[in-house]
Design a binder for this molecule. Sequence first.
Ligand code: SF4
Ligand code: SF4
Length: 456
Amino acid sequence: MKNNSTDISRRTFLQKLGIGAGSALTAMALDPLHAFAQETNKTTLLGDDNAQNKMTYRVQHGSGEKISLLGFGMMRLPDEQEEVNRLIDYAIAHGVNYFDTSPMYKRGINETQTGIALSRYPRDKYYVATKMSNYSQDLWKLDEARKMYENSFKTLQVDYIDYYLLHGVGGSGMEDFTPRFLDNGLLDFLLKEREAGRIRHLGFSYHGNVSVFDFLLDHQDEYHWDFAQIQMNYLDWRHASLSKGRRHDADAEYLYNKLDKTGVQAVVMEPLRGGALAKMSDELSQRLTALRPNDSLASWAFRWVGSHPNILTALSGMNQMSHLEENVRTFSPLDPCTEAENKILEDIADVMAGFPIIPCTTCRYCMPCPYGVDIPGNFTYYNEAVEQKLLPLPDPKASDYKRRTKKFAKGLRKSLPDASTWANRCADCEECLKKCPQQIRIPNQMTRIADILKKR
Ligand code: SF4
Ligand code: SF4
């Protein structure tokens, strides 16, 4: 039943989750944060008495700031600034106050767009997150890293950063983390910046090798992480480390529970697992629509994530107004999943984990490929073919073997009309390998796709 109030008591909330009140460390607040009024040249924003703002909030440990449970992932912003402003205006008017960007997104343009849109608002009305990114090994030098850090203040037009992250830690284990953050004094520098108040909350975004995650949290007494960003959704909860074709070695359940025990709040990325949870097979999706006919598949995934009390905010990369509107509805207020609903999602995840999908989130960090391969395009189509049950291919002797291989090639042509972007153009140069936060073995996966094409 839809909950009409943000005033869900902690006990009720935890009961719905099937979690004992004593098991969670997180302080929660589900009160609405009122929107505010501001006149700009282009738009009049909604005022304090805005009845539409029923957003659900969580409280940041220590500072007591109220953070909207729906966070705005800026990575996929449209190119036009007017359109960006329009999205941000709608988000802020409806209570969203956490905005996540990085100097890496669109080579800095994304931070600039974010700065332009947010700086039209009073500084205490939004929380901006950006990152110490890693798009070049030059950034392992303290001077270069500091330049990027200082530049973020300029592009975002701020004199403090609310949430600052060590971006993408863990990909290659301590082997990369040690020279990138420890040996060069960069982490010490950032800790001092937090002491000086230029960074309000310091955290890291984790991708990959759990030894780094464990190292960072096991040194919590020294580093005092304020938050950590992890990939979490109902598929990765128990199946991240089993996903085919990647090297993740811990499930989201492990990551979340360790953060909870350590008292570090989690920011969630990829709540839809790169869109995979928003477009599953009819067979699976009907199990959900039968229960809540008006709810989208995406809203189930967001409700599942938001139901965990140690989540500070769940990021959604929203580049279309319709997505933003729908997500705002889901979180205004959040209706947590019941135990029975959690069980259904768990069953669906078990079925999906049996599919040989490639866990690409279409982030495009791996692009461009020097040989012209559209890496996310090939993976997106491959996953669609799995959902349509074209893949995995049956035994070559099976009667529909040829039909399915031909249909696969036809579908790829439709999806990627330019054949020079197909997987069979991969030259195995491995340039993309280190760039993928999902640790996908990209060239191996390209070979698998190319092999199917050969069989047509
Ligand atoms: S390994 Fe293949 S897909 Fe990756 S960059 Fe090289 S050619 Fe492109
Ligand atoms: S292959 Fe990896 S880096 Fe490339 S788009 Fe997919 S998830 Fe992102």
